[in-house]
Design a protein around this ligand. Structure first.
Ligand code: RIB
Length: 281
């Protein structure tokens, strides 16, 4: 059988990563950091996770016509992600994220979106139309504007393709997006910011899967029923991108039409493994 297809509509960033002992507070300077650069952007990380899980991963995104854009495109292709639908945007820089990681694995992230603000809704819809509905899932993320998410989500819903929506970073959920019935994958903070998992599930009519770090995930159904999926105990090195791995692997499992409980179990295992190594991918 052909591989399942995961089409991600989301962001591409270059991550400028500083590892420190303790995260600085507001107005505080910490020294002794170690610096490195890596591939990032929640959408790009999710696409890499889906490809690593064995899916044919395609990304609808945008980079600047600059060195970071060329590097990120090459890195995605090397990781097995199809970048045919990643635009080169003239006059906008590739997205940049400042990522600070503490010794206990916690992080702080600030993003300059740059080209990520310029995704093309028509291209997003076109990319969904090219999928095989019987073996595909579409994964949408909040690091890009609503217009391409609505365009891709509308096409996916019309074709019976499962939709996963990772509402990170949190912003108000558009009624038209909610009406598409996506499986939402917020973390606990994002679920609170969006009004709580129960009300969200009632609004979308679909399960909400809340990621809870070392405590795994909880699935909240539209009727308020909850199922807890625990995570294995592991040594945490860096939590950056764990939520992205979760959503990418969940989408791949749903594209294979695995039952939700099984898909969430696979996503928890993959996200847990991802925090044992540095970096977002
Ligand atoms: O989820 C982690 C990602 O968030 C990082 O790679 C960074 O680029 C930001 O998008």
């Amino acid at each position: 059988m052909s591989a399942v297809q995961v089409l991600v509509v989301g962001s591409v960033n270059v991550d400028l990563i500083m590892s420190v002992d303790v995260l600085p507070g507001p107005g505080e300077t910490v020294t002794g950091g170690r610096f490195r650069q890596g591939g990032g952007g929640k959408g790009a990380n999710q696409a890499v996770a889906a490809a690593t899980a064995g899916a044919e991963a395609l990304l609808v995104g945008a980079v600047g016509d600059d060195v970071h854009g060329r590097e990120q495109r090459a890195a995605l292709e090397a990781a097995g992600v199809d970048t045919m639908h990643v635009l080169d945007v003239a006059g906008a820089p590739t997205g940049v994220a400042f990522v600070t990681v503490a010794a206990d694995g916690a992080n702080q992230i600030a993003v300059a979106s740059g080209a990520n603000a310029h995704l093309d809704p028509d291209l997003a819809a076109y990319a969904v139309r090219a999928l095989d509905p019987a073996r595909a899932a579409v994964l949408l993320g909040f690091e890009v504007p609503d217009a391409p998410l609505l365009a891709a989500g509308g096409e996916a819903a019309g074709r019976g393709i499962p939709i996963v929506l990772n509402p990170a970073p949190a912003r108000p959920l558009d009624d038209a997006l909610a009406a598409l019935g996506p499986v939402l994958t917020p973390n606990e903070q994002e679920a609170r910011a969006l009004g709580g998992a129960g009300p969200l599930a009632a609004r979308t009519g679909a399960p909400v899967v809340v990621t809870r770090g070392e405590r795994g995930a909880v699935v909240v159904g539209p009727g308020g029923e909850e199922t807890v999926v625990p995570a294995p105990a592991l040594q945490v090195v860096d939590t950056t991108g764990a939520g992205d791995v979760f959503s990418g692997v969940l989408a791949a499992a749903l594209a294979a039409r695995r039952p939700l409980a099984e898909a969430v179990g696979a996503a928890v295992q993959a996200a847990s493994r991802s925090v044992t190594v540095p970096g977002a991918r």
